[in-house]
Design a protein around this ligand. Structure first.
Ligand SMILES: [Zn+2]
Length: 339
């Protein structure tokens, strides 16, 4: 009997090489199947879509008419959504465009991301907390997932008003300290001043709650992804929040491979921690808007719409496979004509 173990071992060791040999199309198919619960991630798998660099407009962009003030206001009004208690200790604050998740602990609040600007952080974070019966004076930490203004832009108002510690990765603090910001947008508020710098795998404990912070390079050099527990009545679930999703760094093969490696590693960490909820900081990515609607209509005894069991890990499988597929298609020279 023992003799049969060796060929089996060789077979299992050879599997990763076989997986790498998948064509980009096969990787995409496997990724889309694994992440079927999260249609908001599917554009990551689109090999025909140009890989644009954020902040660098394609040549034909200038011809697009700029929205009028009235159109801007209409869009802003359409983006408004009510703040919502999603778990006993987790709250959604934000717009249709971008989320700020707030975790309540026995010693105060941890805010994850600050929205686009001070007007938004005042209206949706401060105002949203009050609407939910929470005291913004209890904000202790502001974790910023990455160095893009739609996540840090509202920090100044929160920092000046409530004095939270501002937490980012060392890599992304350095991004913000570069003489010129990688890219910017007139809607975004000013970047934060350097404060707490975390390293990969560090834990942040506030009162009865510990969040685990992982540096998952890809979307930015130091994107932070987070694992934390949430409570639904007597049940505890584990969230894995992916800190930066879009492939908005151009046709950069090394960066794409780093993204895939981060997603794969974070998937494995999430599996070990029995993660059963995938979350993003953009509601279009994780289906938060639909899930929140279902949650509002949930009857007692029905499952929680954010809890997806092992499908949560499938989201990271999609991100891994599809970023790898993108890297392979860049390597093959298929993406170099993109603007
Ligand atoms: Zn970003």
């Amino acid at each position: 009997m023992k003799k049969s173990v060796l060929p089996l071992l060789i077979l299992s060791l050879s599997q990763p090489a076989a997986a790498n040999a998948l064509t980009p199309e096969a990787l995409v198919q496997r990724g889309l199947e694994a992440g079927i619960r999260y249609p908001g991630l599917a554009d990551i798998c689109d090999l025909s879509r140009p890989l644009l660099t954020a902040g660098r407009r394609p040549q034909n962009a200038q011809q697009r008419p700029q929205p009028t003030q009235q159109e801007r206001e209409q869009r802003a009004a359409a983006a408004i959504i009510e703040p919502q208690k999603v778990f006993d200790n987790l709250f959604f604050l934000g717009t249709r465009g971008v989320a700020s998740w707030v975790l309540r602990t026995s010693e105060g609040l941890i805010v994850i991301d600050a929205l686009n600007n001070d007007k938004e952080s005042q209206q949706f974070i401060e105002g949203g907390l009050r609407k939910l019966g929470l005291d913004p004076g209890e904000i202790r930490y502001l974790i910023i997932t990455h160095s893009h203004g739609d996540h840090y832009g509202g920090q100044k108002y929160l920092v000046e008003t409530y004095k939270p510690k501002v937490v980012m990765s060392e890599e992304d603090w350095q991004e913000l300290e570069k003489p010129e910001l990688q890219f910017s947008n007139p809607r975004w508020g000013v970047p934060p001043k350097r404060d707490v710098s975390i390293k990969d795998g560090e834990r942040l404990t506030l009162g009865d709650t510990t969040v685990q912070l992982y540096v998952t390079p890809g979307h930015t050099p130091g994107t932070v992804s987070i694992i934390f527990p949430v409570q639904d009545g007597a049940e505890t679930h584990m969230v894995a929040l992916w800190g930066g999703t879009g492939l908005n760094f151009g046709p950069n093969e090394a960066r794409m491979r780093a993204y895939a490696a981060s997603a794969s590693r974070f998937r494995d960490i999430a599996e070990k921690q029995s993660v059963d909820i995938f979350m993003s900081n953009h509601p279009a990515r994780d289906g938060a808007l639909e899930s929140m609607e279902q949650l509002s209509a949930r009857k007692s005894g029905q499952p929680h719409p954010f809890v997806s069991g092992r499908d949560a890990l499938g989201a990271f499988q999609l991100l891994t496979d599809c970023a790898l597929a993108q890297a392979e298609s860049i390597k093959a020279g298929d993406r170099q004509k993109t603007p």
